[in-house]
Design a protein around this ligand. Structure first.
Ligand code: NAI
Length: 251
């Protein structure tokens, strides 16, 4: 197991990519802080799955857009296990499909808070303790939208995810001297509750028609890349965001 005894904290881990990542990291021996916001039932299921498989996990509620919530979450993980080795910033959402015609200032601010500000808030809460140990790993879940402008009505979300791509590089430079690697994954179309909420069957069909591999991805296929980035095999990689999109975008 490549992550035996490591302590990981995953935001938005009660469903989709976060959930698959929590379970995949636990299979590699990690002890997992399972952050959730509203879906306590999902978080409990993830914790039970991990414990049944023989590793340790705790569910921790926090809204990642709120500084006090995030600091309380990080303290809770440290109370359980004393440190955080790996932070996966996965929580994020489109909230609704909105074009300029129906964009509001409130919606714009919510999107930026959830998909961009949350990264800064979470990283600021964990980095000093990682730096004190000269060891840490941060992985940001961005999106293909941050590279190609996103699907219909996803402009604000795409801008926030694009900001995350840039912020990943900036953090990688700032934190490398402290022994902390910062990387990301940029998923393409992945079948999770996200698309159940925001993409009609017609729209999904259009997306899939533009994917060379010929199908949408699974949460597990993203999780496996996150496991690699968190593992010692990726020790010389920082500032990189890996595309996991079936070939939907290549450059
Ligand atoms: P999901 O809806 O299953 O997961 C999103 C998670 O974020 C949920 O667990 C939700 O509770 C959590 N969350 C939302 N607001 C929160 C808050 N304020 N505080 C804490 N947690 C909060 O969907 P999925 O697809 O697993 O999304 C995970 C990440 O992947 C997101 O950042 C999303 O933007 C990104 N992504 C997803 C793609 C897809 O095709 N499904 C494509 C590209 C990126």
């Amino acid at each position: 197991m490549t992550l035996e005894g490591q302590v990981v904290l995953i935001t938005g881990a009660s469903s989709g990519i976060g959930r698959a990542t929590a379970e995949a990291l636990a299979r590699q021996g990690a002890r997992v802080g399972v952050n959730f916001h509203k879906n306590q039932k999902g978080a409990k299921e993830v914790v039970e799955t991990i414990r049944r498989a023989g590793s340790e996990a705790h569910a921790i509620r926090a809204d990642v857009t709120r500084h006090d919530d995030v600091h309380a979450m990080v303290e809770a993980v440290r109370r359980h296990w004393g440190r955080i080795d790996v932070l996966v910033n996965n929580a994020g959402d489109l909230l609704a499909r909105r074009t300029l015609a129906d964009m509001t200032e409130e919606y714009w601010d919510q999107i930026m808070a959830l998909n961009l500000k949350s990264i800064f808030v979470c990283v600021q809460a964990v980095w000093e303790e990682m730096a004190a140990r000269k060891s840490g790993c941060i992985i940001n879940v961005s999106s293909i939208a941050g590279r190609n402008g996103g699907g219909p009505g996803a402009a604000a979300y795409a801008a926030a995810k694009g900001g995350m791509l840039t912020y990943t590089k900036a953090l990688a430079k700032e934190l490398a001297p402290h022994g902390i690697r910062v990387n990301g994954v940029a998923p393409g179309v992945i079948m999770t509750p996200y698309h159940e909420r925001y993409s009609s069957p017609d729209l999904l069909q259009k997306f899939v028609a533009s994917i060379p591999i010929g199908r949408a991805g699974t949460a597990e296929e993203v999780a496996e890349v996150i496991v690699f980035l968190a593992s010692p095999a990726a020790r010389y990689i920082t500032g990189e965001t890996v595309e996991v999109n079936g070939g939907m975008l290549m450059d």
